[in-house]
Design a binder for this molecule. Structure first.
Ligand code: FMN
Length: 356
């Protein structure tokens, strides 16, 4: 937090996880590493480490690195359907991480294990029935992502999904999808949310490790340059429209499948997963009620490799640049501290200026 920082806004989220401001930096594969997470935590937000693209050994060392950089609470995001989810939960518990965040609904058993160990459980969901399910299983809060959000996303806008979920569950609801400023924070609180979660806005900070050339592509993008495609892994995925996305949209099934097999092979090598484990993860996605074909199961391994190509290697031509529509409104790269201070100052001004 910088000197002269605006006062905090206490909400059920700040009380639940012990952060100063009701703002979450979400777990984004290859993006939310120790540097971004600790900068967000130091600025008074809840930083969440992305672990789906790390091996368990890398996860433990990333957690330790965050701890060496900050003594503030933080979280770890993991795939609930990953074959090694139980091992990752074990690491979260033994390293005494404050929050477990899940892409997709975790099982009742995983929630119970984490809660028994005193870890706060916050799944991310995109539909009311999923929020109801995880709330009934004991989740402490939910992140609700509307369709304008980056990465895998649904088609219901935040303005519709958020009040629907707030009315359906009695745990704190954190709004995600389309947030970037203090007005948005106040709007979310007005809907009954306990805070906001932002992905794209944190990707576009000076604390983010995403190469500057890639960040420049996001800053240049207009709202209509951000699209949803199912061609990367069979699921609706929001990203910057690029030459790669256009080529994938044009490519036939066989070409897409061949690429997918190649990417699956590289991800397998990088992640240390065996083919049976990789296929088990793919099958778990099928079981999760997603209508995926076998070719789509293989395509699922596309996402991590294509995301890495841009987020780590800086290949805007070869990689996927997952993005919320909000990239079209963002024009600068503040530090996390500057960003949080700016959002909180604007939130206080907005509250003071509301018509009475
Ligand atoms: C580059 C990128 C990578 C992402 N990776 C993940 C992920 O690994 N796990 C996850 O639960 N959500 C992931 N997301 C979704 C974000 O966590 C978050 O819910 C979303 O960005 C919110 O919408 P916003 O971009 O409008 O702020 C990703 C989003 C982006 C932009």
């Amino acid at each position: 937090m910088s000197a002269g920082a605006p006062p905090p806004l206490a909400t059920p989220l700040t009380e639940l996880v012990g952060v100063r401001h009701p703002i979450v930096q979400t777990g984004m594969g290859w993006v939310a590493g120790p540097r971004l997470v600790s900068a967000a935590a130091d600025a008074g937000a809840l930083g969440i480490l992305a672990s789906a693209t790390m091996t368990p050994v890398q996860l433990r060392s990333a957690i330790r690195e965050v701890k060496s950089r900050t003594d503030r609470p933080f979280g770890v995001n993991l795939r609930a359907d990953a074959g090694d989810a139980a091992e990752r939960v074990g690491i979260i518990v033994s390293e005494r991480v404050r929050v477990a965040s899940f892409a997709l609904a975790p099982s009742k058993k995983l929630i119970a294990r984490l809660k028994d160990a005193g870890v706060v459980v916050i799944p991310s969901i995109g539909a009311r029935r999923h929020a109801e399910k995880v709330a009934s299983w004991g989740a402490d809060a939910v992140v609700v992502q509307g369709g304008e959000g980056g990465g895998h996303t649904g088609n219901v806008a935040t303005t519709v999904l958020l009040p629907q979920v707030v009315d359906a569950v009695d745990i704190p609801v954190i709004a995600a999808g389309g947030f970037f400023d203090g007005r948005g924070l106040v709007a979310a609180l007005t809907y009954g949310a306990a805070g906001i979660a932002m992905g794209t806005r944190f990707l576009l900070t000076s604390d983010s490790t995403v190469p500057r050339t890639v960040q420049a592509r996001y800053l240049e993008a207009a709202v209509n340059d951000i699209t949803v495609t199912t061609k990367v892994d069979g699921l609706p995925h929001r990203m910057l429209r690029s030459e790669l996305v256009e080529a994938l949209e044009r490519s036939g099934r066989t070409a897409a499948l061949l690429t997918a097999v190649r990417h699956a092979a590289s991800f397998r090598k990088l992640s240390g997963l065996s083919w049976p484990q990789l296929l088990r993860d793919g099958l778990a996605m099928k079981k999760n009620g997603r209508e995926l074909s076998w070719s789509q199961v293989l395509l699922a391994a596309n996402t991590p490799m294509l995301l890495k190509a841009s987020m780590v290697d800086g290949r805007t031509d070869l990689g996927v640049m997952a993005s919320g529509q909000v990239a079209g409104l963002i024009e600068d790269l503040p530090s996390c501290a500057e960003l949080i201070d700016r959002i909180m100052a604007e939130a206080h001004r907005t509250l003071a200026d509301l018509p009475r």
